[in-house]
Design a binder for this molecule. Structure first.
Ligand SMILES: Cc1ncc(COP(=O)(O)O)c(C=O)c1O
Length: 438
């Protein structure tokens, strides 16, 4: 029986009660359930870093606008599939003010979270040309995206970009795209799980290679503007959020409200289809949609089939939030800066106790502090480390499920860790370090 910060026997009992043969390989939801059980049985609070739930209250301007819309009676009406007019207008303004691109409101849509946006995009884009059916995942990435293409029965390719940053990305993309089977590329920027950010040059390389092989780029901006090394929060003023849309004309942008407005529960996001992609025609779409036009197929075929549009009242919430942001009355990045500040402190505590950051650099500069970071401990695989950390009152997920080749890595999500837990974190990591001397 070991002497660990959380009672060894309680942890063992809960692991076996949950039927987990390996904690290290458990999914996010399995870890969550296990930790809920251990917390209840031990009466001890964990440093919970497994789930990417926002740790802040929902943006109140959104809540108020949504309640107002409900009181006005929008619940009884089907929303237009293409999204309500005020939201489309504010998305278009947001794109101009924060990315510095001109996209007419007709190309801006609402989706049921960015998850529906990616699902709809895979579904439509990967059937546009019969010989091009695959998605290329620039990993590590958000595991649910891969689950989506699997559910759709679509094939995919992926590679860990760790060794292919900067100019090296060009040859790697050439290798992956040259057989012509790839229809879409997806990545998130900033990256979930590793929080690196592609720079302008890398985005330009992705654009050039996508153009060469006629591939649609899906840019997931779930953490819009949250590279806190720069201030992307001033409407209409540089610097602007780096984006593929600066370099390429066949893209889909996914802008979730879950993290930037802490609005995850209402499942609402903005989806933008580039005008060029929207007006692309392909005969291979006809058998599914009765039209050869991509935009028409996407809206009146895919979005209609999936959910007949996006729930009405959250669209008013997002419209109002974006309007306040666009008008310079609400500085959304000030609210979420807390994540970056917490990450800086937490990373320091990890580093002081023998841990290392896995994805530590954007080429030659240290990565930003934000919603996630990745860490490892010498001599441990990610799965072994996660399993061991559970006895020290710390939970997270391994990088294995994110397509990372860094088998030693763990993803830490800072959002649910409270500042008043930092002394606990320090104590527990110190104990871990003492028990596992380097
Ligand atoms: C990279 C990434 N994309 C998409 C999502 C999901 O966004 P939404 O809640 O809008 O569906 C998340 C949520 O964690 C994410 O991390």
């Amino acid at each position: 029986m070991k002497n660990t910060p959380i009672d060894y026997q309680i942890v063992r009992n809960c692991i076996s009660k949950n039927g987990l043969t390996s904690v290290g390989n458990a999914s996010i939801r399995e870890i969550k359930k296990l930790i809920d059980d251990i917390e209840e049985a031990s009466g001890q609070r964990y440093i919970r870093m497994e789930m990417g739930n926002p740790g802040l209250p929902p943006a109140s301007l959104g809540v108020e606008a949504q309640i107002e819309a409900l009181k006005r009676g929008v619940a009884c009406e089907y929303p237009d599939i293409q999204g309500i007019t005020p939201l489309k207008k504010e998305i278009s303004r947001f794109l101009k003010l924060f990315i510095n691109i001109d996209v007419d409101p007709q190309y801006c849509f609402a989706s049921v979270g960015s998850m529906q946006g990616s699902f709809a995009t895979f579904l439509t884009v990967n059937r546009m040309i019969e010989s091009k059916t695959k998605t290329l995942f620039i990993d590590p990435g958000f595991p649910v995206h891969k689950q989506q293409v699997k559910v759709l029965g679509q094939a995919f390719k992926s590679f860990d970009v760790y060794d292919y940053r900067g100019e090296k990305l060009r040859d790697k993309l050439e290798e992956e795209l040259s057989d012509g089977s790839v229809a879409s590329i997806i990545y998130s920027n900033p990256n979930n799980p590793a929080w690196f950010c592609f720079n302008e040059h890398e985005l330009q390389i992705i654009a050039e290679m996508a153009a060469k092989y006629n591939v649609v780029v899906i840019e997931d901006l779930a953490y819009f503007g949250m590279d806190f090394r720069q201030d992307y929060g001033k409407p209409g003023e540089p610097p602007y959020q780096p984006s593929i849309s600066h370099y390429y004309d066949k893209y889909v942008l996914l802008i979730s409200s879950s993290k930037i407005f802490s609005y995850a529960g209402e499942r609402i996001a903005a989806l933008v289809i580039s005008p060029k992609l929207y007006h692309t025609n392909s005969g291979d779409l006809i058998k599914y949609y009765g039209t050869d036009n991509f935009g028409h197929a996407f809206v009146f075929g895919t979005l209609y089939s999936l959910s007949s549009g996006t729930s009405h009242s959250p669209q008013y919430a997002l419209a109002h939030l974006l309007k306040s942001v666009n008008d310079g009355q609400y500085h959304f990045l000030n609210e979420v800066k807390e994540y970056g500040e917490k990450a800086a402190i937490m990373k320091k505590i990890f580093l002081q106790n023998g841990f290392r950051i896995v994805y530590d650099k954007d080429l030659d500069v240290p990565i930003a502090d934000g919603f996630y970071f990745t860490f490892c401990y010498p001599g441990f695989s990610g799965a072994q480390l996660l399993e061991e950390l559970i006895y020290y009152g710390i939970s997270a997920i391994t990088l294995d499920i994110t397509g990372s080749q860094r088998k030693e890595g763990i993803r830490a999500c800072v959002s649910l860790v409270h500042r008043n837990q930092f002394p606990d974190l320090e104590y527990r990591l110190k104990r871990f370090h003492e028990d596992h001397p380097l």
